[in-house]
Write a protein that binds this ligand. Structure first.
Ligand code: GLN
Length: 490
């Protein structure tokens, strides 16, 4: 098999590098030639780290030549969402306010990928500070969906999803606060996993909403995502919210039979606004799971309808606090340095933040302000508990929940930019799991008539990622649900 042919699966590449069948440097060179050919139309990257990437590949080959055993991701080209710190490499969160900023340390997830001998291609585009659902809130350039370049890749981790979907790398990291891994995975026809809150370290992730933010992998297939999560997961003393719980063998879970598993279908996810083609594809996937011996059971989660409002109160409140640190003093941009401190803060933030980020800071400051706190923030916290209880009740009766990842396929670039509310509503299916802190993934299960991917969302109880992987792998094995790579980017 040529390097190019095997460049479609994480596990295949890692195993061929580990066994000496293929050099990491050859893979890096092939990756860079793909980036050169494909990036001009997809625009997934904000920064390609040519030198660091090739040097890392050479280091992997040298390690093997010394007879040392290589890590689980040996020679696998992986891209990093630009909301994660990578030592010495420009990190902007797609915001003007961080232009010129180079972190002095690696995020824990970046360090773990390096320790597993992955090779890091560069930093991918996103919605500014991960606020958005289409990637169009990036301060730099829009990303194009590899399945149809006139469409959005989803967001906020759209660059990470598009880079994998167009096979410019085999895996990537995203962050998911309200759907930013799952929704772009669904739009781009790849696998994306939001782990349990606390399962993966957030140390070195530029914070958006700290009670919701979670880092997770994108991959071309379920097994690749499982292997990546195995490397990423685990306790980190640098993150106070990191869980100290054993990490399952997610890859082994991909081979686990699903017969006998109880699959819940939450009625509220199949309501008005759901594209009939998405509805049909998701139901077909569920019937394939039935063929494998799963039992399917309708469930009701009555507080689902409050998820969008709840999320947009809590996430903006936390963002308004987290983004206070960007004031021109410590990081990136500084405007009017010769004026007094206050006007320097104001001028820097005015020039540095884009319109969506400003909108969220205003909203968040409002819901936290005295007099409105009880009516908005406190109430939203209570509703969050009710949404969590819906899941707890459902998981008394079923083992996993299956639903659409997003109500539609990828929309056109520009289609929703004038209407923030329409954009917020595209998160309707991903927000509840985020609020409850449970693991959820998206796996491709079909294409629409116009050739756009459709994702199935599999949600599981806290720390039961393995179960979600088993279900997703079963779907992936079923011929009727096969999706593959976009025709333009084999
Ligand atoms: N689309 C959602 C938002 O705009 C979720 C973003 C995310 O998960 N980072 O907030």
């Amino acid at each position: 098999m040529t390097v190019s042919e095997s460049l479609d699966s994480i596990v295949r590449i890692a195993e061929s590098v580990r066994s000496g069948g293929c050099s990491a440097e050859a893979i890096a060179r092939e990756t860079l030639s793909r980036v050169e050919a494909r990036e001009p139309s997809v625009r997934a990257f904000l920064h390609v780290d040519h030198e660091g990437f090739v040097a890392a590949a050479r280091a992997v080959d040298a390690k093997r030549a010394r007879g040392e055993e290589l890590g689980l991701l040996a020679g696998v080209p992986i891209a990093i969402k630009d909301a994660l710190c990578m030592k010495g490499v420009p990190t902007t969160a797609a915001s003007r306010i961080l232009e010129g900023y180079k972190p002095v340390y690696d995020a824990t997830v970046v360090a773990r990928l390096r320790a597993a001998d992955a090779t890091l291609v560069g930093k991918t585009n996103l919605d500014e500070f991960a606020m958005g659902s289409s990637n169009e809130n990036s301060a730099f350039a829009p990303v194009h969906n590899p399945w149809d370049l006139s469409r959005a890749p989803g967001g906020s981790s759209g660059g990470s999803a598009a880079a994998v979907s167009s096979r410019m790398c085999l895996g990537s990291l995203g962050s998911d606060t309200g759907g930013s891994i799952r929704q772009p995975a669904s739009f781009c026809g790849i696998v994306g996993v939001k782990p349990t809150y606390g399962r993966v370290s957030r140390y070195g992730l530029i914070a958006f909403a700290s009670s919701l933010d979670q880092v997770g992998p994108f991959a071309t297939d379920v097994r690749g995502a499982a292997r990546m999560l195995r490397v990423l997961a685990g306790h980190d003393p640098h993150d106070a919210t990191s869980l100290d719980a054993p990490v399952d063998d997610y890859e082994a879970a991909c081979d686990r039979p699903v017969a006998g598993l109880r699959v819940g279908i939450p009625r509220e996810y199949f309501g008005p606004g759901l594209d009939p083609e998405v509805d049909m594809a998701v139901r077909r996937a569920i019937s394939c799971l039935e063929q494998y011996g799963c039992t399917v059971k309708p469930v009701s989660m009555p507080h689902t309808k409050y998820a969008v409002a709840t999320y947009y109160v809590l996430a903006t409140a936390e963002a308004s606090s987290n983004l206070a640190r960007f004031d021109g003093v410590r990081f990136g941009l500084r405007k009017e340095p010769d004026h007094d401190l206050r006007s320097m803060y104001g001028a820097t933030r005015d020039a540095g933040f884009g319109p969506e980020v400003k909108r969220r800071i205003l909203l968040g400051t409002f819901v936290l302000s005295s007099g409105f706190y009880d009516a908005y923030y406190l109430k939203a916290q209570k509703v969050r508990t009710l949404i969590t209880r819906d899941f707890e009740a459902a998981f008394q009766e079923v083992d996993v929940l299956c639903a659409p990842t997003a109500p539609t396929t990828a929309f056109r670039l520009g289609e929703k930019t004038h209407d923030p509310l329409a954009m917020y509503l595209s998160d309707i299916d991903t927000l509840p799991a985020s609020l409850a802190g449970i693991p959820a993934l998206s796996v491709p299960v079909g294409l629409s008539a116009n050739g756009l991917p459709i994702g199935l969302q599999v949600m599981a109880p806290h720390l039961h990622e393995a179960r979600a992987f088993a279900v997703a792998a079963a779907c992936e094995r079923h011929d009727a649900l096969h999706v593959g790579a976009p025709a333009a980017f084999p």
